[in-house]
Design a binder for this molecule. Structure first.
Ligand code: PMP
Length: 303
């Protein structure tokens, strides 16, 4: 966190400050991304994972909140690489671009309000336990219905829902929460998508389930098919299926592939990390860290 991109230039992180009257701070009118950079010591390189895909989602999110990003895709990519270079970390990092209603203005609405774009970057290891697995609880909070917020957009304000669910899970002694959709089917985690393994098939809720369209989710559907030759199915999942699954895991930029070994105090199978989850982790990390030439287009070398 030495440098950030703020108001059009790379500045010391401590100088990247917004006013307390900023529209996005008051009303949650921002959109953002979470991008990982993996440090590969063997190659002496920082590989940024799925950089373009994240900025494509940011552009889509911004459209849904009428936020005008004044930078092109190529400019955002170039700036991200410049910022990574300026920070110069030789460890895994998390990159957080935000586009937001930046004007100091009281009053709701989305039009006629100035926008801005910024990026910060921080060293970032594992977010959840990817080796031994995590314990989750089904949240009493449900995902916000698609008729209440634009679907598929990653909006700062919407993360109140995720934060409530995560806080409740932590209070109950779990590591993470599973949120159901308004109609009671399984949606996702507070900040990750969910997969089930049942009878050698990989199952995940469809995008219609008002989940965030995860970039890791798509990557894993590809790897499961291509590398593990597994049948993959996108369909509605009933909560009781969580208790009958052979394996369960979360996936996301932060979560990576986090095995779930317990749901609501009940073990998933024998409570150990399953073989398919382990195989997927192996192929995923190889690709994400820039060690698999077949997936070299997944990563952007920063240095
Ligand atoms: N769902 C939610 C609610 C999230 O915040 C995230 C993280 N961005 C994900 C799923 C996973 O998305 P991705 O794989 O693109 O990081």
């Amino acid at each position: 966190m030495k440098y950030a991109f703020f108001k059009g230039k790379i500045v010391p992180f401590a100088d990247a400050k917004i006013s307390i009257m900023t529209h996005a701070f008051n009303y949650g009118t921002g959109v953002f991304e979470g991008i990982r950079g993996y440090w590969n010591s063997g190659k002496n390189q920082l590989y940024i994972l799925k950089l373009r895909e994240h900025y494509e989602r940011l552009q889509r999110s911004a459209l849904s909140l009428k936020i005008n990003i004044k930078y092109s895709m190529e400019e955002m990519i170039k700036t991200t690489i410049e910022l990574a270079k300026a920070n110069g970390y030789k460890e895994d990092v998390y990159i957080r671009p935000l586009a937001y209603k930046s004007q100091e203005k009281i009053g709701l609405g989305l039009t006629g309000i100035d926008d801005d774009f910024c990026i910060f970057l921080a060293p970032f290891g594992a977010y959840l336990d990817i080796s031994n697995g995590i314990k989750v609880g089904i949240s009493s909070w449900r995902r916000i219905a698609s008729h209440s917020l634009p679907q598929g957009a990653k909006m700062t304000g919407a993360y109140i829902n995720s934060s409530l669910a995560k806080a409740e899970a932590l209070e109950k002694g779990y590591d993470e929460a599973i949120l159901l959709s308004p109609d009671g089917t399984v949606a996702e985690g507070s900040g990750e998508n969910i997969f089930l393994v049942k009878d050698n098939k990989l199952i995940t809720p469809p995008l219609a389930e008002i989940i965030l369209p995860g970039i890791t989710r798509v990557a894993l559907l590809e790897l499961a098919d291509e590398e593990l030759k597994l049948e993959t199915i996108e369909r509605h999942v009933k909560p009781q299926e969580l208790f009958q699954a052979d394996e369960l895991f979360f996936c996301g930029t932060g979560a990576q592939i986090s095995p779930i070994v317990e749901v609501d105090g009940k073990k998933v199978k024998d409570g150990k990390v399953g073989p398919i989850t382990k195989k997927l982790q192996a192929v995923y990390f190889k690709a994400a860290k820039g060690d698999d030439p077949k997936y070299s287009d997944w990563v952007t070398p920063a240095y």
